[in-house]
Write a protein that binds this ligand. Structure first.
Ligand code: BEZ
Length: 249
């Protein structure tokens, strides 16, 4: 998010599954003792800690001062930094990123920064929202706002690339793409879709006066329910992950 709308306590309560689902990506990265690793978009540091536990020397960066403060409380060397303006040169053996890049519209700038942050031959292992991610939620948000004569397009903070477009960005920057895939991952939510919206979709909800927020949330839920709520009322999110492994030149 461009402003610091993240609220770590709410994030921890409603979205711990984000880092839980990212755990297998740590195995893909396979961090080794002594390696220098950058966690790009480290959030509250829940996964960064697991990299450090494997003996790597880890720095986390995130655009949210609130999240960085929580990561520091976990003992992580975390810094407030925009992932679209990374300021490292030949500093890391690997760059790792989970569930962060879809918040960064200038993904070409991200890739350029990652390339300079890595030593020659260093690896970039990332997973984030890919083409079609949260399509049902996005459609419900845009539709509910359009019904209030609000154009959601300029508010929409998410960038979900195709494998072809993201691979092209990497190759243009000199990376060798070792693997890249879209992985549909319908994900049960711990609470309601409204709870999810309060953490991740504040840019949309803030477009209406506070007095209309609950009505907007209800309408988004009503629109999304046929695709995302099951017969006993449990919600899931229609996540589609883009997972990529690439090697720097
Ligand atoms: C995601 O992890 O895919 C995601 C999270 C929040 C908003 C949009 C996408």
């Amino acid at each position: 998010m461009s402003d610091d709308a993240w609220r770590p306590a709410l994030y921890d309560r409603d979205t711990r599954f984000v880092s839980d689902l990212g755990a297998p990506l740590v195995d893909v990265l396979d961090p080794r003792a002594g390696e220098r690793i950058l966690d790009l978009g480290c959030g509250d540091g829940a996964l960064t800690v697991t990299l450090a536990e494997r003996g790597a020397s880890v720095i986390g960066v995130d655009a949210s001062p609130a999240m960085v403060a929580v990561a520091r409380e976990r003992g992580i060397d975390a810094r407030v930094m925009d992932g679209q303006a990374l300021a490292f040169d030949d500093a890391f053996d690997a760059v790792f990123s989970n569930a962060a890049l879809h918040w960064m519209p200038r993904q070409d700038h991200v890739v350029a920064g990652v390339r300079w942050a890595l030593r020659p031959g260093g690896r970039f292992v990332a997973e984030f929202g890919g083409a079609g991610n949260v399509a049902a939620i996005r459609e419900a948000l845009h539709g509910a706002l359009a019904a209030r004569r609000i154009d959601a397009a300029p508010l929409d903070p998410w960038t979900f690339p195709t494998t072809a477009s993201f691979a092209a960005l990497l190759e243009d920057a000199g990376f060798a793409v070792l693997s890249i895939a879209l992985i549909p991952r319908p994900t049960p939510l711990p609470g309601t879709l409204g709870d999810w919206l309060e953490v991740f979709a504040t840019r949309f909800l803030d477009a209406v006066p506070a007095t209309e927020r609950a009505a907007l949330t209800n309408e988004v839920e009503r629109r999304a329910a046929p695709r995302l709520r099951d017969a006993v009322g449990r919600w899931s999110a229609d996540y589609v992950r883009l997972r990529v492994v690439a090697r720097a030149p």
